[in-house]
Design a protein around this ligand. Structure first.
Ligand code: AMP
Length: 630
């Protein structure tokens, strides 16, 4: 076995040879002609000419050897449903869904927008798209109608798949009115909407465009839909993510590179073997859900656990109960969930037999030391932090224990993964940083397999956003600060842009500002991220009203605050709701009118804002301090 250093060097110096070997992990219907086409930087095309299919690799390929093994364990503590699906049953369900989609005229290359809660049909629908070569675009179920409308207009789907309702912490959330509102807001006219009826929302909308899934499923019960063999570089999915502008970016992924990268990551990083059980507690609306609830564990022949519910209902022992009951070997979640669990009675963990569990993986946001210490000593199992983004599709920094048992270092997710040519660079000069020196985490061309190919229908935006932000270097910017030590371990020090991370979810402060500015009472607004003991970060809004007197009457301030929070809920969804709204009469700006967000954020967190550019009106900074009560 090569050491980490040897394997990593080879993945960077001889990417063709390295990835050609990794490509053997998946089935190719037609072998590829070239491993890597680097003729058009910064675009990279992997496994050119090879034909494969994600659904075949995730499902059909296992039928010969593990048809009766569980592929999916579904648990909903919201509805009380627990169900297992073998690979054979999963295959049948995916075929039914694929046949239904085809009967609704969905073809290869069409987009299918999936707006579903955590139900098995979400997984069937994603795999059915992969099967027929349709491009899925999953929109997180917690997003509000305007958000959904923006994605409809960008993706122009031939079909939306939705459900009557989602459920969270015992509360039923009707989906169909949201879809209805999104459809009327969107300019693009979606021809049809497939409805999975969970019988949760009795007053669900009965619009004429809704097609019920269940009768069609019956009709196509014995259907067999062949896999569409796709050239490795054809798109498999588009997943939207927030950036610095109000307009979300459609991260587009390929087929072959993604399958190979995920299969490799399952061995190198997650050490998951066929027959193991993996529980990734995330949502299918996020990249972690795409990669590690669905594609990676299934491609590698594992059993995946899909969970609808919170970590603390019916009590804080629920996840540990699942570990015992389903003999879960690998678990993956975000630090926020662990901080939530830390507040629970420790006896809830001790009650269960956790001997099957080998490793807990955490990602999505910085892992703070107290949380890392607590979970490690409570579980007495390795806890592996890993760092990545929607754009990369799989961890770009981790401890590759499947290659070499490198030690973990507290405060660092680890070392660069195979193929990620990672360098910390000086923000002003673009020069590589010395060990210990803070810089922007960048990746050199080409990005390894599995990473985004481009921004959906906007190659220029891909180039301009990601490859032109570091001076004098054509490198990919992660927009994260980091520092690398002498041994190559990287620590992540927060975002370089105006993106905040709430409970492991990326939110653009600009999007929240736009939602608040849309309120007629608001003249100006600044949203910044502030430290939150559970969610990592929370949004804080500083609002200038058109008429400052309108909050003077008793109760008016609270009323206004509630109205503004409601505006964010209905524009973006409750996850984006500001934790605090402060009213000021002016915002600190430079002479040229640039908002001093970093200074506001520093004050909001009680930090020294450091050296500031000349402020137009120093009174504005005083106001921020006063509003914060410091
Ligand atoms: P998303 O694309 O929504 O998954 O968000 C990706 C962003 O989350 C990264 O750019 C980082 O800012 C942050 N992030 C993800 N994982 C980690 C981690 N392990 N440590 C620190 N920050 C992380």
């Amino acid at each position: 076995m090569p050491t980490y250093r040897e394997a990593y060097r080879r993945s960077i110096d001889e990417p063709e040879a390295f990835w050609a070997e990794q490509a053997r992990r998946i089935h190719w219907q037609t072998p590829f002609e070239r491993v890597l086409d680097r003729s058009k930087p910064p675009f990279a095309r992997w496994f050119v000419g090879g034909k494969t299919n994600l659904c075949h690799n995730a499902v059909d390929r296992h039928l010969a050897s593990r048809a009766q093994q569980d592929a999916l364990v579904y648990v909903s503590t919201e509805t009380g449903i627990e169900r297992r699906y073998t690979y054979a049953e999963l295959h049948a369900e995916v075929n039914r869904m694929a046949a239904v989609m085809r009967s609704l005229h969905v073809k290869k290359g069409d987009r299918v927008l999936i707006y579903l809660p955590m139900i098995p049909e979400a997984l069937f629908a994603m795999l059915a798209c992969a099967r027929i070569g349709a491009i899925h675009s999953v929109v997180f179920g917690g997003f509000a109608a305007p958000n959904l409308a923006a994605r409809i207009d960008d993706a122009e789907p031939a079909l939306i798949v939705t459900a009557d309702a989602g459920a969270r912490a015992g509360k039923v959330i009707d989906y169909t009115p949201l879809v209805d509102e999104a459809l009327s807001r969107a300019e693009y006219k979606v021809p049809q909407v497939l409805l999975i009826d969970r019988q949760l929302a009795p007053e669900r909308l009965q619009a004429s465009y809704l097609v019920a899934y269940e009768p069609l499923r019956e009709q196509f019960f014995d259907a067999h839909v062949p896999c569409e063999w796709l050239e490795s570089n054809e798109p498999s999915y588009v997943l939207y993510t927030s950036g610095t502008t109000g307009r979300p970016k459609g991260v587009q992924r390929d087929v072959g590179g993604y399958a190979v990268a995920l299969a490799a990551s399952m061995e190198h990083i997650f050490q998951g073997a066929p027959g193991d059980t993996m529980f990734t507690a995330s949502d299918i609306g996020w990249v972690v859900g795409h990669s590690y609830i669905i594609y990676a564990p299934l491609i590698a022949g594992l059993t995946t656990v899909m969970y609808e519910g919170t970590p603390i209902r019916p009590d804080g022992g629920i996840w540990w109960r699942l570990v015992q009951q389903y003999k879960i070997n690998l678990m993956f979640t975000a630090p926020t969930a662990i901080r939530v669990l830390k507040k629970q009675d420790p006896a809830l963990m001790e009650k269960y037999d956790l001997s099957s569990l080998r490793t807990l993986f955490l990602a999505g946001e910085p892992l703070d030391e107290p949380t890392a210490h607590w979970i490690q000593s409570a579980l007495k199992k390795p806890v592996i932090d890993n760092y990545w983004q929607t754009e990369t599709g799989w961890p770009m920094i981790a401890i590759p224990r499947g290659i070499e048992e490198l030690p973990s270092k507290l405060g660092s997710p680890g070392v660069p993964s195979m193929g990620f040519n990672l360098t910390l660079r000086n923000e002003a000069t673009g020069d590589a940083c010395a060990p210990g020196e803070k810089g922007v985490v960048t990746l050199a061309y080409p990005l390894p397999p599995g990473c985004m190919q481009t921004v959906w229908r906007d190659d220029q935006r891909f180039v301009d956003t990601y490859w032109k932000s570091v001076p004098n270097q054509m490198v990919y910017s992660t927009f994260d600060w980091g520092v690398q030590d002498e041994d190559g371990y990287v620590s992540i020090l927060g975002r370089t842009d105006d993106v905040i991370n709430v409970a492991g979810h990326r939110l653009g402060t600009r999007e929240i500002e736009e939602a608040l500015s849309a309120h007629p009472a608001v003249a100006e607004v600044a949203v910044v991220g502030i430290a939150d003991s559970v969610k990592g970060q929370a949004a804080a809004a500083f609002v200038v009203l058109r008429d400052a007197d309108r909050i003077n009457a008793p109760g008016a301030r609270e009323g206004m605050e509630a109205e503004l929070c409601h505006a964010v809920d209905s524009q973006l969804g409750a996850i984006a709701r500001p934790a605090r709204v402060h009213f000021v009469t002016m915002l600190p700006k430079t002479r040229s009118g640039k908002l001093l967000r970093r200074a506001i954020a520093a004050l909001a967190e009680g930090r020294d804002p450091g050296e500031l550019p000349t402020i137009e009106d120093p009174g504005a900074l005083m106001q921020v301090r006063e509003a914060l009560g410091n």
